[in-house]
Write a protein that binds this ligand. Structure first.
Ligand code: EPZ
Length: 424
């Protein structure tokens, strides 16, 4: 028997209370991969309990990395690496597995990583990762669905990806830490997760400047040591909970957040009608009206994150007017739209544009999650809808949100995880 879990939501609860935001998934994944860069011990705190984190730990163990856990920490030792091949069965479940490529090639001079394959939100090629690693001296072939890389010591040089790529910037920054000489990484992504990774690498002994800007300078060193590090808060999880409040009503306080990293999201939530009190590591939010429609134009940081697009769309479905969303990063990030329309939303898609005409209410029904942020969008819509909504395939949600239904229940939402036994 296979169990397929669902979330059952009875909508229109008022939300109230406090919620702790977990460590950032998109910082934890590259930082876990960066632990390959040293034989010494790495101790990580505030690592979120997510399926993607479990996947990257399984991947590290494939190389011979020793990983142990206690309730507060993950302890990692890469002092006995006996394999540098990342298998398809793990890489296919998580594209971020490509983040082992930079560390493996720069420390061990070889790597064989399965091509990640497509995913529901777009092609998501890795041509820029490869182009720039080749510029640093790596010999890279693509054979039988694998990236096969070999290199004597990488050479620091000027590299500039054709477009801003988050994991591309992370892979190249990690590769440059042990290269010979200086690397200038131009057109670099500026996301806070890049800064978190850079701060971790610097604690290991890397020489990095300019992280958080579009030009990062890395002076290669011969060796990186161990480090203790606490993962920064997840700005996307925080924004997701605030969108849930915007689509329902009540008063919630988010704890362990960094408001300075959320400027674009906070501006849009304020526009939607959320009253927000900003602390140094907390946000107190009130919502007692139907949301205003907000127009969204996704862009690289510090613009409005593409990872927040689906959540804002859910809020817009019941707003008191029409809104326009333009998805500029991925070519197919509207998989949540057909499911939102099943709940009664009025959305028209035209290429990467969408027009959302706010309806007075959504009506609960059965919907299916298709990708991580689409799942979050469906949870938000279900919390706003009249009646019961059942969300299938919620393994997508579990990739990037830690105990979401538990956190929402603590805030007063009527949401339960149900295991549906299905015949094989
Ligand atoms: C990271 O993906 C995040 N994942 C994504 O979060 C996020 O949506 C994305 O950045 C954009 O912010 C992680 O950090 C693990 P990109 P990534 O390379 O690095 C094109 C989530 O929901 N491109 O910045 O894969 C690419 O197709 C996930 O948590 C190339 O063409 O995204 C896309 O259109 C989803 N060639 C654009 O650049 C390349 O070599 C930006 O992609 C690399 C990228």
């Amino acid at each position: 028997m296979v169990s397929n879990e669902e979330l059952h939501v009875i909508g229109q609860s008022i939300l109230h209370g406090e919620v702790y935001v977990s460590g950032a998934k998109n910082a934890a994944l590259p930082i876990l991969c960066a632990s390959l860069l040293t034989p010494e011990t790495i101790v990580l705190k505030n690592v979120p309990e997510l399926n993607d984190v479990k996947t990257v730990i399984e991947l590290l163990k494939q190389f011979g990395v020793k990983v142990s856990k206690n309730p507060k920490e993950i302890i990692i030792q890469s002092n006995d690496i006996n394999n540098t091949e990342a298998s398809y069965d793990l890489v296919k479940t998580m594209r971020a597995s490509i983040l082992v490529l930079g560390p493996l090639i720069t420390r061990f001079g070889e790597a064989k990583v399965s091509l990640p394959g497509g995913c529901s939100i777009g092609q998501r090629p890795i041509d820029q990762h490869i182009k720039c690693l080749k510029a640093m001296g790596a010999e890279i072939q693509i054979e039988h669905g694998f990236v096969i890389a070999k290199s004597k010591r990488l050479k620091g040089t000027y590299i500039k990806p054709d477009m801003i790529t988050v994991t591309g910037t992370e892979n190249l920054m990690m590769a440059a830490t042990l290269a010979k000489g200086q690397t200038i990484l131009d057109n670099a992504a500026c996301e806070p997760e890049i800064v978190d990774l850079a701060n971790f690498l610097i604690k290991m002994g890397a020489k990095i400047n300019g992280h958080g800007t579009n030009r990062i300078k890395i002076d290669g060193v011969d060796y990186l040591g161990g480090a203790d590090y606490k993962i920064s808060p997840d700005r996307i999880e925080a924004g997701t909970f605030m969108c849930a409040l915007a689509a329902t009503s009540g008063s919630i306080t988010l704890l362990d957040v960094n408001p300075l990293e959320m400027t674009a999201t906070l501006k849009k939530l304020h526009e939607a009608g959320l009253q927000i009190e900003i602390g140094n590591n907390w946000l107190k939010c009130n919502m007692y009206k139907r949301p205003n429609p907000v127009n969204i134009n996704t862009s690289e940081y510090p613009g409005l994150a593409t990872d927040m697009q689906a959540q804002f769309m859910a809020v817009n479905t019941i707003a008191n007017g029409t809104s326009f969303i333009k998805e500029n990063i991925f070519e197919n990030r509207y998989m949540h739209v057909p499911e939102l329309k099943r709940l009664g939303a009025n959305i028209i898609i035209d290429g990467n544009n969408s027009i959302i005409k706010g309806v007075n209410y959504l009506s609960g029904t059965i919907v299916k999650a298709t990708d991580l942020r689409a799942s979050a969008s469906l949870v938000i819509a279900a919390l706003a809808a009249k009646g019961e909504t059942r969300i299938e395939s919620i393994y997508h949600l579990d990739r990037g949100y830690e105990k979401m239904e538990k956190k929402l229940s603590m805030l007063g939402a009527n949401i339960k995880r149900i295991s549906k036994r299905i015949a094989e």
